[in-house]
Design a protein around this ligand. Structure first.
Ligand code: CTP
Length: 394
């Protein structure tokens, strides 16, 4: 499996802390990262290749001389989104600072421009040696993130800076490097996207201009933050949504059924779909001739959000509103009337927003001040709305 944006090379140097990287690897996997381990040959004295292969589920090599026909150092370098080198010994840091390429790991570091984080672990006198200090400064100046080791007891009786940090501290720092917050781990997020359509006859329908881009951006952002995501998608392009459970619907009634099946299990519902407010009272079985098209009798669709809000237990409900005038008053009214926790309103006068990659509007939250959103990408708005929903979850 390759997961876009989450492929990590875990480089392991030849220090005793290598055994702690077995636990690190496991916790990184829990955070949704997909790991390929590249140990230095020396590190195999501490943890063998079999351990890394079993934990990562991937083959492990240390040299460029294995599987030469696949050009492993270039293939792996191209696949890597991030490097985490933990533990990094004084020797490995020196080789990286010099730009050497004398094993697979150092080859990969040179061949890839992916962001790299280094977690040193060594005896305090080696960490404080001017050579190591200079090498670390060189790496930092080249954009490597180098964590400071912890101060504490080392393998012998010595105490000082050089200890391998706690797993959680490494992951917190690594999440900053990758930009992946994992604050939705273990949470279920249900999202509706697109616009429902109501048949008039076999060739015509009542629909709206929602492209589904915002809902899809939300689904991806929630997935990337660790959530289990179900996307109820109405008439939008759902290609390439790895790791997201997509339920495709066409009509309001189909969306209503999907919502009712999945709402109880979710922690957050984000209703970004534009639901058709009405449907033809009768769907003609044959195409209606244009001479008979002067009027279509409509009946109201249920308000899906208001309906599902009545079943709410601990779920956080996020709604959307598209308004052409009085948008703040209208949004505040909908927030209360539909029993929502958060609503995002955009001003769509003149057709703005629909189908575009950017949006601007206002986030309204119960009993809180409005948050104005200046023009941002729909991806960025997604993360801002998720931040608010998570805050409400507590
Ligand atoms: N919504 C819904 N069911 C409907 C209509 C809207 O669940 N039948 C949801 C939308 O998904 C959105 C929110 O309610 O999250 C507000 O939608 P909007 O169309 O702005 O509101 P309406 O209630 O339809 O109000 P109006 O058309 O009068 O502005």
């Amino acid at each position: 499996m390759t997961l876009q944006g989450r492929e990590v090379i875990l480089g392991v140097g030849g220090g005793i802390a290598a055994y702690k990287s077995c636990e690190l690897l496991r916790r990184l996997q829990d955070h949704g990262y997909v790991i390929t381990v590249v140990p230095t040959p020396a590190s195999l004295n501490f943890v063998g290749a079999a351990t890394w292969e079993a934990l990562s589920g991937r083959p492990v090599t240390t040299q460029v001389w294995e599987s030469v026909h696949t050009v492993p150092h270039i293939a792996l370098a191209e696949r890597a989104d991030f490097f985490l080198i933990a533990p990094a010994t004084a020797d490995l840091i020196a080789r990286l600072a010099m730009g050497r390429a004398d094993d697979l790991l150092t080859n990969l570091v040179l061949a890839s421009d992916a962001p790299k984080m280094i977690v040193p672990a060594m005896h305090p006198s080696m960490w404080l040696d001017p050579a190591t200090v200079a090498n670390v400064a060189t790496l930092r100046s080249r954009g490597f993130t180098v964590m400071d080791p912890e101060v504490g007891r080392l393998t012998g009786d010595d105490i000082g800076p050089g200890r391998f940090p706690e797993t959680q501290a490494i992951i917190t720092n690594f999440d900053l490097v990758t930009g992946h917050k994992q604050d939705l781990l273990g949470k279920r997020v249900l999202i509706t996207a697109g616009g429902t359509r109501e048949a008039i006859d076999p060739v015509r329908f009542i629909g709206n201009r929602s492209s589904g881009k915002q809902g899809i951006a939300l689904a991806k952002a929630a997935r990337d933050r660790g959530a289990q995501v179900q996307l109820i998608a109405a008439n939008c392009d759902v290609a390439d949504l790895k790791g997201i459970d997509v339920i495709e619907v066409e009509t309001t009634s189909q969306m209503q059924n999907a919502l009712q099946s999945h709402f109880d299990q979710c922690n957050i519902l984000i209703m970004s779909a534009a639901v058709a407010d009405a449907r033809p009272s009768h769907v003609a079985q044959e195409k209606i001739k244009k001479a008979s098209l002067s009027s279509i009798e409509l009946e109201a669709n249920p308000d899906l959000l208001a309906e599902i809000a009545a079943r709410k237990s601990t779920q956080i409900l996020v709604g959307f509103a598209a308004e052409t005038k009085d948008h703040l008053q209208e949004a505040r009214r909908k927030l209360e009337a539909k029993g929502l926790d958060v609503i995002y309103v955009n001003d769509v006068s003149g057709g703005a927003i629909f189908g575009q990659d950017t949006t601007m509007g206002t986030i309204l939250i119960r009993n809180e001040a409005d948050i104005a959103v200046k023009e941002v990408s729909k991806d960025a708005l997604s993360n801002t709305l998720l931040d608010q929903a998570i805050r409400q979850l507590g």
